[in-house]
Design a protein around this ligand. Structure first.
Ligand code: AMP
Ligand code: MG
Length: 268
């Protein structure tokens, strides 16, 4: 099965509807089993990250409405030890947040080294919804791509690995999921009328996503486009990419202090 490849810097992903699904998607049961089978490996990698506390991992999730961010938090991050997770969701900025620069709330939400921080939406909203709705002048949002690259490079230089996932759903899949939010009483609470206004701006968002992906996929903080029409495929691809990222960090448990080891065999 193919693994996710980072977006090459400068490359503009087409984001066609057809790209939202891989040609051969194995049955759901098989994909869920393969996801569960990653659990032990992820658990051990996370334990080393937490114990050594020298590096941190930041995972950014962006998607259109009903794109599956909450599902990824549940199915992928449900495999990790909650003690080492910081899950942060970013909604419409509060007055206090708006009175600061746009990165302030994001920087202060980054977990300590040793933690896995998951951003459910992120500073990228400031070049997405903010751009599409013209919430700041064009010159202001245009300047942000470079600012974001500098911010992420600073985090990377200070011990953080960063991976960013754009969950790519097709128009038809989003329609089905939004309809399900209206049909299913258990999902009604997730529906906002605003979701339809955003859907109507599909092409404007596509352009904004394309700029975000091509301008802000860097070696230190790559973007991955996840074919996300299939939920179990989406989850497996993301979990595998996170496994590979943690693996590449060459994490080890911290060496024991000899002063501690002298107590070996002397615990009464
Ligand atoms: P949800 O993720 O469904 O809880 O919705 C959060 C909402 O907050 C979405 O409509 C986002 O577009 C919006 N949002 C997040 N960040 C910003 C931002 N920086 N400026 C304006 N709206 C934002
Ligand atoms: Mg929503």
């Amino acid at each position: 099965m193919p693994s996710l490849r980072p977006v090459a810097p400068g490359f503009v992903p087409p984001l066609d509807d057809a790209d939202a699904r891989l040609p051969d998607t194995p049955p759901k049961r098989e994909l869920r089993e393969r996801l569960a089978a990653l659990g032990d490996e992820l658990d051990e990698l996370q334990a080393k990250l937490f114990a050594s506390a020298r590096r941190g991992l930041i995972v950014v999730l962006q998607a259109r409405d009903a794109g599956g961010k909450d599902g990824v938090v549940r199915h992928v991050f449900g495999l990790f030890n909650p003690q080492g997770l910081a899950i942060r969701s970013f909604g419409v900025p509060t007055p206090v947040e708006l009175s600061h620069d746009y990165l302030w709330r994001v920087h202060s939400a980054v977990g300590a080294r040793g933690m896995i921080t998951v951003f459910n939406r992120s500073h990228y909203e400031d070049v997405l919804v903010v751009r599409v709705h013209g919430l700041v002048p064009e010159a202001a949002w245009r300047a942000r791509y470079d600012q974001i690259n500098c911010f992420e490079a600073m985090l990377a230089a200070n011990g953080y690995a960063i991976v960013k996932f754009f969950l790519h759903v097709s128009r038809a899949e989003q329609r089905e999921r939004l309809e399900a939010r209206l049909d299913d009483p258990a999902k009604n609470w997730k529906f906002r009328a605003g979701d339809l206004e955003e859907r109507a701006k599909w092409d404007d968002y596509t352009k904004a996503y394309q700029d975000m992906l091509s301008r802000c996929s860097t070696e230190a903080a790559p973007w991955f486009v996840v074919p996300a029409d299939s939920k179990p495929m989406r989850d497996l691809l993301i979990a595998e990419t996170i496994r590979d990222t943690l693996d590449g960090m060459q994490l080890e448990y911290p060496p024991a202090d000899p002063a501690v080891l002298q107590w070996k065999g002397k615990v009464t």
